[in-house]
Design a protein around this ligand. Sequence first.
Ligand code: B12
Ligand code: SF4
Length: 384
Amino acid sequence: MGRYCELENETHWEADVVHTSDQSGQPRRRTLPSKLAEHPSVQAVLARRDAEEAASNPPAVIDAAWLRELCLRAGADDAAAVSLDHPDLAGERAYAIEAMPGSRTLISLVVRMNRESYRSTARSVANHEFHLADDEVNHAARMIAQGLEDAGYRALNPAAGFPQEMDRFPGRIWVVAHKTVAVAAGLGVMGINRNVIHPKYGNFILLATVLVDAEVSDYAEPLDYSPCVDCKLCVAACPVGAIGKEGDFDFFACMTHNYREFMSGFTEWAQTVADAEDASDFRAQVTDSENASMWQSLAFRPSYKSGYCLAVCPAGEDVLGPYLEDRKQYMDTVLRPLQDKQETLYVLPGSHAQEYAQRRYPHKPVKEVSGGWQPPVPKREGDS
Ligand code: B12
Ligand code: SF4
Protein backbone atom coordinates (compact mmCIF):
# COMPACT_ATOMS: atom_id res chain seq x y z
CA MET A 1 0.00 0.00 0.00
CA GLY A 2 1.21 3.52 -0.64
CA ARG A 3 0.34 6.87 -2.06
CA TYR A 4 2.00 9.22 -4.46
CA CYS A 5 3.68 12.20 -2.81
CA GLU A 6 5.76 15.21 -3.68
CA LEU A 7 8.13 16.52 -1.05
CA GLU A 8 10.85 19.15 -1.39
CA ASN A 9 11.15 18.57 -5.11
CA GLU A 10 11.50 14.87 -4.47
CA THR A 11 8.90 12.58 -5.89
CA HIS A 12 8.46 9.14 -4.42
CA TRP A 13 6.05 6.60 -2.97
CA GLU A 14 5.31 6.83 0.69
CA ALA A 15 4.49 3.57 2.39
CA ASP A 16 1.86 3.31 5.08
CA VAL A 17 3.52 1.09 7.61
CA VAL A 18 0.86 -0.08 10.00
CA HIS A 19 2.19 -1.43 13.23
CA THR A 20 0.72 -2.66 16.48
CA SER A 21 -1.95 -0.76 18.32
CA ASP A 22 -1.17 2.17 20.58
CA GLN A 23 -2.29 2.67 24.19
CA SER A 24 -5.87 3.39 23.18
CA GLY A 25 -5.96 0.22 21.10
CA GLN A 26 -5.90 2.16 17.79
CA PRO A 27 -3.57 1.00 15.01
CA ARG A 28 -0.70 3.44 14.62
CA ARG A 29 0.58 4.53 11.21
CA ARG A 30 4.14 5.55 10.45
CA THR A 31 4.94 7.30 7.21
CA LEU A 32 8.31 6.54 5.73
CA PRO A 33 9.73 6.63 2.21
CA SER A 34 8.84 3.29 0.73
CA LYS A 35 12.42 2.29 0.05
CA LEU A 36 13.32 2.87 3.66
CA ALA A 37 10.16 1.30 4.99
CA GLU A 38 10.83 -1.91 3.13
CA HIS A 39 14.38 -2.27 4.36
CA PRO A 40 14.69 -5.33 6.65
CA SER A 41 16.68 -3.42 9.30
CA VAL A 42 14.08 -0.67 9.45
CA GLN A 43 11.30 -3.21 9.76
CA ALA A 44 13.18 -5.00 12.52
CA VAL A 45 13.79 -1.79 14.48
CA LEU A 46 10.17 -0.68 14.16
CA ALA A 47 8.86 -4.10 15.13
CA ARG A 48 11.11 -4.16 18.20
CA ARG A 49 10.03 -0.64 19.18
CA ASP A 50 6.38 -1.56 18.88
CA ALA A 51 6.90 -4.67 20.98
CA GLU A 52 8.65 -2.60 23.64
CA GLU A 53 5.86 -0.06 23.64
CA ALA A 54 3.25 -2.79 23.93
CA ALA A 55 5.20 -4.35 26.81
CA SER A 56 5.37 -1.08 28.69
CA ASN A 57 1.61 -0.79 28.44
CA PRO A 58 0.38 -4.38 28.88
CA PRO A 59 -3.34 -5.02 29.21
CA ALA A 60 -4.36 -4.50 32.86
CA VAL A 61 -5.87 -7.98 32.94
CA ILE A 62 -3.97 -10.97 31.55
CA ASP A 63 -5.96 -13.00 29.06
CA ALA A 64 -6.46 -16.49 30.53
CA ALA A 65 -6.21 -18.30 27.17
CA TRP A 66 -2.97 -16.46 26.31
CA LEU A 67 -1.57 -17.37 29.73
CA ARG A 68 -2.47 -21.05 29.42
CA GLU A 69 -0.81 -21.21 26.02
CA LEU A 70 2.31 -19.55 27.50
CA CYS A 71 2.40 -22.15 30.31
CA LEU A 72 1.97 -25.15 28.01
CA ARG A 73 4.58 -23.86 25.58
CA ALA A 74 6.97 -23.37 28.51
CA GLY A 75 6.70 -27.09 29.29
CA ALA A 76 3.93 -27.36 31.89
CA ASP A 77 1.63 -30.37 31.55
CA ASP A 78 -1.17 -28.40 33.18
CA ALA A 79 -1.55 -24.94 34.68
CA ALA A 80 -4.17 -22.70 36.27
CA ALA A 81 -4.30 -19.28 37.85
CA VAL A 82 -5.77 -18.29 41.19
CA SER A 83 -6.21 -14.85 42.75
CA LEU A 84 -3.98 -14.13 45.73
CA ASP A 85 -7.20 -12.91 47.39
CA HIS A 86 -8.69 -16.43 47.27
CA PRO A 87 -9.72 -17.29 50.86
CA ASP A 88 -7.81 -20.61 50.71
CA LEU A 89 -4.61 -18.64 50.18
CA ALA A 90 -4.93 -16.43 53.26
CA GLY A 91 -1.93 -18.17 54.84
CA GLU A 92 0.19 -17.66 51.72
CA ARG A 93 -0.58 -13.99 51.16
CA ALA A 94 2.04 -12.42 53.41
CA TYR A 95 4.76 -14.73 52.06
CA ALA A 96 3.85 -13.96 48.45
CA ILE A 97 3.80 -10.21 49.07
CA GLU A 98 7.14 -10.44 50.86
CA ALA A 99 8.64 -12.35 47.92
CA MET A 100 7.23 -9.92 45.35
CA PRO A 101 5.42 -6.80 46.56
CA GLY A 102 2.41 -6.17 44.32
CA SER A 103 1.69 -9.87 43.65
CA ARG A 104 -1.94 -10.34 42.64
CA THR A 105 -2.17 -13.75 41.01
CA LEU A 106 -0.52 -17.10 41.55
CA ILE A 107 -0.06 -19.38 38.54
CA SER A 108 0.19 -23.02 39.52
CA LEU A 109 1.86 -25.48 37.18
CA VAL A 110 2.31 -29.19 37.01
CA VAL A 111 5.01 -31.33 35.38
CA ARG A 112 4.55 -35.10 35.21
CA MET A 113 7.00 -37.64 36.56
CA ASN A 114 7.62 -40.99 34.85
CA ARG A 115 5.80 -43.51 37.02
CA GLU A 116 7.93 -46.64 36.67
CA SER A 117 11.16 -44.78 37.36
CA TYR A 118 9.68 -43.22 40.48
CA ARG A 119 8.42 -46.63 41.66
CA SER A 120 11.82 -48.31 41.33
CA THR A 121 13.37 -49.91 44.42
CA ALA A 122 16.69 -48.46 43.17
CA ARG A 123 16.78 -45.15 45.01
CA SER A 124 19.20 -43.71 42.43
CA VAL A 125 16.60 -44.27 39.68
CA ALA A 126 13.71 -42.77 41.65
CA ASN A 127 15.77 -39.81 42.84
CA HIS A 128 17.11 -39.18 39.34
CA GLU A 129 13.54 -39.04 38.02
CA PHE A 130 12.54 -36.68 40.82
CA HIS A 131 15.44 -34.32 40.19
CA LEU A 132 14.92 -34.25 36.42
CA ALA A 133 11.22 -33.46 36.83
CA ASP A 134 12.21 -30.82 39.40
CA ASP A 135 14.50 -29.25 36.77
CA GLU A 136 11.71 -29.34 34.22
CA VAL A 137 9.13 -27.66 36.41
CA ASN A 138 11.68 -25.03 37.45
CA HIS A 139 12.54 -24.42 33.81
CA ALA A 140 8.87 -24.10 32.88
CA ALA A 141 8.26 -21.64 35.73
CA ARG A 142 11.26 -19.58 34.68
CA MET A 143 10.09 -19.46 31.04
CA ILE A 144 6.61 -18.39 32.13
CA ALA A 145 8.04 -15.62 34.32
CA GLN A 146 10.21 -14.52 31.41
CA GLY A 147 7.24 -14.54 29.00
CA LEU A 148 5.24 -12.44 31.45
CA GLU A 149 8.16 -10.06 31.92
CA ASP A 150 8.52 -9.70 28.14
CA ALA A 151 4.82 -8.87 27.98
CA GLY A 152 5.35 -6.08 30.51
CA TYR A 153 4.35 -7.70 33.82
CA ARG A 154 6.37 -8.26 36.97
CA ALA A 155 6.66 -11.97 37.65
CA LEU A 156 8.70 -14.19 39.95
CA ASN A 157 9.37 -17.93 40.07
CA PRO A 158 10.37 -19.38 43.45
CA ALA A 159 12.12 -22.78 43.37
CA ALA A 160 9.97 -25.91 43.15
CA GLY A 161 11.95 -27.41 46.03
CA PHE A 162 15.43 -26.31 47.00
CA PRO A 163 17.01 -23.75 47.41
CA GLN A 164 14.87 -22.46 50.27
CA GLU A 165 15.15 -19.70 52.90
CA MET A 166 17.53 -21.42 55.31
CA ASP A 167 17.87 -18.36 57.55
CA ARG A 168 14.33 -19.20 58.72
CA PHE A 169 15.13 -22.88 59.43
CA PRO A 170 13.71 -24.70 61.35
CA GLY A 171 10.74 -22.42 60.71
CA ARG A 172 8.93 -22.29 57.37
CA ILE A 173 11.69 -22.20 54.78
CA TRP A 174 9.62 -22.40 51.59
CA VAL A 175 8.64 -19.19 49.80
CA VAL A 176 5.34 -20.54 48.47
CA ALA A 177 3.46 -23.68 49.49
CA HIS A 178 2.95 -25.09 46.01
CA LYS A 179 0.46 -27.73 47.18
CA THR A 180 -1.84 -25.14 48.76
CA VAL A 181 -1.75 -23.04 45.58
CA ALA A 182 -2.32 -26.04 43.27
CA VAL A 183 -5.37 -27.11 45.29
CA ALA A 184 -6.84 -23.59 45.31
CA ALA A 185 -6.22 -23.39 41.54
CA GLY A 186 -8.18 -26.61 40.98
CA LEU A 187 -5.25 -28.68 39.70
CA GLY A 188 -5.85 -31.44 42.23
CA VAL A 189 -6.63 -32.34 45.81
CA MET A 190 -4.34 -33.68 48.55
CA GLY A 191 -4.89 -37.40 49.11
CA ILE A 192 -4.43 -39.45 52.27
CA ASN A 193 -0.70 -39.32 51.53
CA ARG A 194 -0.80 -35.50 51.56
CA ASN A 195 0.47 -35.26 48.01
CA VAL A 196 -1.62 -33.35 45.49
CA ILE A 197 -3.38 -35.80 43.19
CA HIS A 198 -4.13 -34.45 39.72
CA PRO A 199 -7.36 -35.90 38.25
CA LYS A 200 -5.50 -37.24 35.18
CA TYR A 201 -1.84 -37.67 36.12
CA GLY A 202 -2.42 -38.76 39.72
CA ASN A 203 0.19 -37.76 42.29
CA PHE A 204 3.05 -38.33 39.81
CA ILE A 205 3.52 -34.61 39.43
CA LEU A 206 5.82 -31.92 40.72
CA LEU A 207 4.53 -28.42 41.26
CA ALA A 208 5.71 -24.86 40.89
CA THR A 209 4.13 -21.44 41.26
CA VAL A 210 4.69 -18.17 39.40
CA LEU A 211 3.72 -14.89 41.07
CA VAL A 212 2.53 -12.05 38.84
CA ASP A 213 1.44 -8.46 39.50
CA ALA A 214 -1.80 -8.52 37.48
CA GLU A 215 -5.18 -10.16 37.50
CA VAL A 216 -6.18 -12.86 35.01
CA SER A 217 -9.43 -12.78 33.02
CA ASP A 218 -10.54 -16.20 34.28
CA TYR A 219 -9.65 -17.93 37.55
CA ALA A 220 -10.01 -21.65 38.20
CA GLU A 221 -12.03 -23.09 41.10
CA PRO A 222 -10.99 -25.95 43.41
CA LEU A 223 -12.11 -29.44 42.29
CA ASP A 224 -15.42 -30.60 43.74
CA TYR A 225 -14.13 -34.15 44.44
CA SER A 226 -10.91 -35.82 45.53
CA PRO A 227 -9.15 -38.12 43.05
CA CYS A 228 -7.89 -40.15 46.07
CA VAL A 229 -9.63 -43.57 45.97
CA ASP A 230 -8.98 -44.26 49.68
CA CYS A 231 -7.10 -47.52 49.03
CA LYS A 232 -4.59 -46.80 51.86
CA LEU A 233 -1.69 -48.26 49.87
CA CYS A 234 0.30 -45.17 50.89
CA VAL A 235 -0.32 -46.06 54.55
CA ALA A 236 0.98 -49.59 53.90
CA ALA A 237 3.99 -48.40 51.90
CA CYS A 238 5.53 -45.84 54.26
CA PRO A 239 8.30 -47.73 56.10
CA VAL A 240 8.21 -45.42 59.14
CA GLY A 241 4.42 -45.15 59.51
CA ALA A 242 4.30 -41.44 58.68
CA ILE A 243 0.96 -41.65 56.84
CA GLY A 244 -2.07 -42.17 59.09
CA LYS A 245 -5.18 -43.94 57.83
CA GLU A 246 -7.22 -40.75 58.12
CA GLY A 247 -4.63 -38.58 56.39
CA ASP A 248 -2.81 -37.46 59.52
CA PHE A 249 0.88 -36.97 58.83
CA ASP A 250 3.80 -37.64 61.18
CA PHE A 251 6.12 -34.89 60.02
CA PHE A 252 9.08 -35.92 62.20
CA ALA A 253 8.85 -39.59 61.16
CA CYS A 254 9.02 -38.64 57.47
CA MET A 255 11.63 -35.95 57.91
CA THR A 256 13.95 -38.07 60.09
CA HIS A 257 14.08 -40.98 57.65
CA ASN A 258 13.47 -39.36 54.29
CA TYR A 259 15.64 -36.29 54.91
CA ARG A 260 18.54 -38.27 56.34
CA GLU A 261 20.87 -36.54 53.89
CA PHE A 262 19.19 -33.14 53.87
CA MET A 263 19.73 -30.24 56.27
CA SER A 264 18.80 -31.88 59.58
CA GLY A 265 20.26 -35.33 58.88
CA PHE A 266 23.39 -33.69 57.51
CA THR A 267 23.79 -31.68 60.72
CA GLU A 268 23.76 -34.88 62.71
CA TRP A 269 26.31 -36.46 60.36
CA ALA A 270 28.59 -33.43 60.87
CA GLN A 271 28.11 -33.70 64.64
CA THR A 272 29.18 -37.34 64.47
CA VAL A 273 32.34 -36.28 62.64
CA ALA A 274 32.98 -33.57 65.25
CA ASP A 275 32.40 -35.86 68.21
CA ALA A 276 34.28 -38.91 66.91
CA GLU A 277 37.45 -39.72 68.83
CA ASP A 278 39.29 -40.98 65.77
CA ALA A 279 38.70 -42.45 62.32
CA SER A 280 37.82 -45.89 63.56
CA ASP A 281 35.36 -44.46 66.11
CA PHE A 282 33.70 -42.48 63.30
CA ARG A 283 33.59 -45.50 60.99
CA ALA A 284 32.07 -47.59 63.75
CA GLN A 285 29.17 -45.12 63.88
CA VAL A 286 28.68 -44.40 60.18
CA THR A 287 28.95 -47.23 57.65
CA ASP A 288 30.89 -46.95 54.40
CA SER A 289 27.64 -47.09 52.48
CA GLU A 290 26.14 -44.24 54.55
CA ASN A 291 29.23 -42.09 54.01
CA ALA A 292 29.23 -42.83 50.28
CA SER A 293 25.56 -41.93 50.09
CA MET A 294 26.15 -38.68 51.99
CA TRP A 295 28.99 -37.83 49.60
CA GLN A 296 26.67 -38.53 46.67
CA SER A 297 23.97 -36.28 48.12
CA LEU A 298 26.46 -33.46 48.61
CA ALA A 299 28.23 -33.90 45.28
CA PHE A 300 25.17 -34.43 43.10
CA ARG A 301 21.76 -33.88 44.66
CA PRO A 302 20.22 -34.99 47.92
CA SER A 303 18.87 -38.54 47.92
CA TYR A 304 15.44 -39.04 49.42
CA LYS A 305 15.38 -42.29 51.37
CA SER A 306 11.72 -42.93 50.52
CA GLY A 307 8.82 -41.35 48.65
CA TYR A 308 6.97 -44.67 48.67
CA CYS A 309 3.67 -42.99 49.58
CA LEU A 310 3.76 -41.29 46.21
CA ALA A 311 5.18 -44.29 44.29
CA VAL A 312 2.35 -46.69 45.15
CA CYS A 313 -0.60 -44.32 44.71
CA PRO A 314 -2.94 -45.66 41.97
CA ALA A 315 -5.16 -42.55 41.79
CA GLY A 316 -5.64 -40.49 38.64
CA GLU A 317 -7.30 -41.40 35.35
CA ASP A 318 -4.01 -42.22 33.57
CA VAL A 319 -2.76 -44.32 36.48
CA LEU A 320 -5.79 -46.17 37.83
CA GLY A 321 -6.29 -48.81 35.07
CA PRO A 322 -3.86 -51.54 36.25
CA TYR A 323 -5.11 -51.23 39.84
CA LEU A 324 -8.73 -51.64 38.79
CA GLU A 325 -7.88 -54.57 36.52
CA ASP A 326 -6.05 -56.68 39.08
CA ARG A 327 -5.46 -55.28 42.56
CA LYS A 328 -3.38 -58.26 43.74
CA GLN A 329 -1.11 -58.01 40.72
CA TYR A 330 -0.77 -54.25 41.31
CA MET A 331 0.24 -54.80 44.91
CA ASP A 332 2.67 -57.58 43.97
CA THR A 333 4.44 -55.46 41.39
CA VAL A 334 4.22 -51.96 42.89
CA LEU A 335 3.82 -52.23 46.68
CA ARG A 336 5.59 -55.47 47.69
CA PRO A 337 9.02 -54.79 46.16
CA LEU A 338 9.24 -51.57 48.21
CA GLN A 339 8.06 -53.34 51.36
CA ASP A 340 10.54 -56.20 50.81
CA LYS A 341 13.53 -53.99 50.12
CA GLN A 342 16.40 -54.35 52.59
CA GLU A 343 17.27 -50.82 53.73
CA THR A 344 18.10 -48.97 56.92
CA LEU A 345 15.27 -46.98 58.48
CA TYR A 346 16.15 -43.88 60.52
CA VAL A 347 13.96 -43.10 63.53
CA LEU A 348 13.88 -40.93 66.64
CA PRO A 349 14.37 -42.96 69.82
CA GLY A 350 11.08 -43.90 71.51
CA SER A 351 9.01 -42.60 68.59
CA HIS A 352 5.95 -44.20 67.05
CA ALA A 353 8.05 -44.54 63.89
CA GLN A 354 10.55 -46.74 65.74
CA GLU A 355 7.89 -49.05 67.16
CA TYR A 356 6.10 -49.22 63.81
CA ALA A 357 9.24 -49.90 61.76
CA GLN A 358 10.41 -52.69 64.08
CA ARG A 359 6.98 -54.34 64.15
CA ARG A 360 6.05 -54.03 60.46
CA TYR A 361 9.48 -54.36 58.86
CA PRO A 362 11.57 -56.76 60.94
CA HIS A 363 13.84 -57.40 57.93
CA LYS A 364 14.81 -53.70 57.68
CA PRO A 365 17.51 -52.57 60.14
CA VAL A 366 16.24 -49.69 62.29
CA LYS A 367 18.78 -47.07 63.37
CA GLU A 368 18.15 -44.57 66.17
CA VAL A 369 19.20 -41.02 65.27
CA SER A 370 18.62 -37.54 66.70
CA GLY A 371 17.56 -36.31 63.26
CA GLY A 372 19.78 -33.29 63.91
CA TRP A 373 16.85 -31.46 65.47
CA GLN A 374 18.39 -30.92 68.86
CA PRO A 375 22.04 -30.42 69.65
CA PRO A 376 23.26 -33.36 71.75
CA VAL A 377 23.61 -32.80 75.48
CA PRO A 378 27.22 -31.61 76.00
CA LYS A 379 29.51 -34.23 77.47
CA ARG A 380 30.41 -33.60 81.12
CA GLU A 381 33.69 -34.37 82.72
CA GLY A 382 33.76 -37.95 83.90
CA ASP A 383 31.25 -39.14 81.24
CA SER A 384 32.53 -42.12 79.36
C1 B12 B 1 8.15 -29.12 53.58
C2 B12 B 1 8.04 -30.10 52.45
C3 B12 B 1 8.20 -31.42 52.76
C4 B12 B 1 8.31 -31.92 54.19
C5 B12 B 1 6.88 -31.89 54.80
C6 B12 B 1 5.84 -32.52 53.86
C7 B12 B 1 4.46 -31.95 54.02
N1 B12 B 1 3.44 -32.79 53.87
O1 B12 B 1 4.29 -30.78 54.25
C8 B12 B 1 8.90 -33.33 54.00
C9 B12 B 1 10.39 -33.28 54.12
C10 B12 B 1 8.39 -34.36 54.95
C11 B12 B 1 8.53 -33.60 52.55
C12 B12 B 1 8.49 -34.86 52.00
C13 B12 B 1 8.07 -35.11 50.73
N2 B12 B 1 7.83 -34.22 49.75
CO1 B12 B 1 7.88 -32.34 50.03
N3 B12 B 1 7.78 -30.48 50.13
C14 B12 B 1 7.80 -29.67 51.14
C15 B12 B 1 7.58 -28.24 50.67
C16 B12 B 1 8.89 -27.48 50.73
C17 B12 B 1 6.49 -27.49 51.45
C18 B12 B 1 5.27 -28.37 51.77
C19 B12 B 1 4.15 -27.62 52.40
O2 B12 B 1 3.66 -26.70 51.82
N4 B12 B 1 3.73 -28.06 53.60
C20 B12 B 1 2.65 -27.41 54.38
C21 B12 B 1 1.25 -27.90 53.98
C22 B12 B 1 0.71 -27.27 52.75
O3 B12 B 1 1.28 -29.26 53.73
P1 B12 B 1 0.59 -30.25 54.72
O4 B12 B 1 0.72 -31.61 54.16
O5 B12 B 1 -0.76 -29.79 55.06
O6 B12 B 1 1.60 -30.06 55.98
C23 B12 B 1 1.43 -30.74 57.17
C24 B12 B 1 2.74 -31.24 57.74
O7 B12 B 1 3.83 -31.10 56.86
C25 B12 B 1 2.94 -30.42 58.97
N5 B12 B 1 4.13 -29.55 58.96
C26 B12 B 1 4.56 -28.74 58.00
N6 B12 B 1 5.69 -28.15 58.42
C27 B12 B 1 5.94 -28.58 59.66
C28 B12 B 1 6.96 -28.29 60.53
C29 B12 B 1 6.98 -28.91 61.79
C30 B12 B 1 8.08 -28.60 62.69
C31 B12 B 1 5.92 -29.82 62.15
C32 B12 B 1 5.90 -30.47 63.45
C33 B12 B 1 4.91 -30.10 61.23
C34 B12 B 1 4.94 -29.49 60.02
O8 B12 B 1 1.80 -29.62 59.17
C35 B12 B 1 0.92 -29.68 58.09
C36 B12 B 1 -0.50 -29.94 58.50
O9 B12 B 1 -0.69 -31.28 58.83
C37 B12 B 1 7.08 -28.45 49.19
C38 B12 B 1 7.67 -27.44 48.18
C39 B12 B 1 6.96 -26.13 48.28
N7 B12 B 1 7.68 -25.07 48.24
O10 B12 B 1 5.75 -26.10 48.39
C40 B12 B 1 7.53 -29.88 48.84
C41 B12 B 1 6.49 -30.77 48.18
C42 B12 B 1 5.20 -30.70 48.95
N8 B12 B 1 7.08 -32.07 48.36
C43 B12 B 1 6.84 -32.89 47.40
C44 B12 B 1 7.21 -34.26 47.39
C45 B12 B 1 7.09 -34.99 46.08
C46 B12 B 1 7.67 -34.87 48.55
C47 B12 B 1 8.05 -36.33 48.74
C48 B12 B 1 7.29 -37.38 47.95
C49 B12 B 1 9.56 -36.39 48.44
C50 B12 B 1 10.18 -37.75 48.58
N9 B12 B 1 10.77 -38.25 47.56
O11 B12 B 1 10.11 -38.33 49.60
C51 B12 B 1 7.77 -36.49 50.25
C52 B12 B 1 6.28 -36.84 50.52
C53 B12 B 1 5.90 -36.71 51.97
C54 B12 B 1 4.41 -36.49 52.19
N10 B12 B 1 3.63 -37.55 52.13
O12 B12 B 1 3.97 -35.36 52.40
C55 B12 B 1 6.07 -32.22 46.26
C56 B12 B 1 4.62 -32.72 46.27
C57 B12 B 1 4.07 -32.95 44.87
C58 B12 B 1 2.64 -33.37 44.95
N11 B12 B 1 2.22 -34.21 44.04
O13 B12 B 1 1.91 -32.95 45.80
C59 B12 B 1 6.26 -30.70 46.63
C60 B12 B 1 5.08 -29.80 46.30
C61 B12 B 1 7.51 -30.24 45.87
C62 B12 B 1 7.21 -29.89 44.43
N12 B12 B 1 7.74 -28.80 43.95
O14 B12 B 1 6.50 -30.56 43.73
N13 B12 B 1 8.24 -32.46 51.88
S1 SF4 C 1 -2.38 -44.43 47.85
FE1 SF4 C 1 -4.63 -44.66 47.91
S2 SF4 C 1 -5.23 -43.72 49.90
FE2 SF4 C 1 -3.09 -43.08 49.51
S3 SF4 C 1 -3.34 -41.08 48.50
FE3 SF4 C 1 -3.20 -42.60 46.83
S4 SF4 C 1 -5.36 -43.17 46.40
FE4 SF4 C 1 -5.36 -42.09 48.38
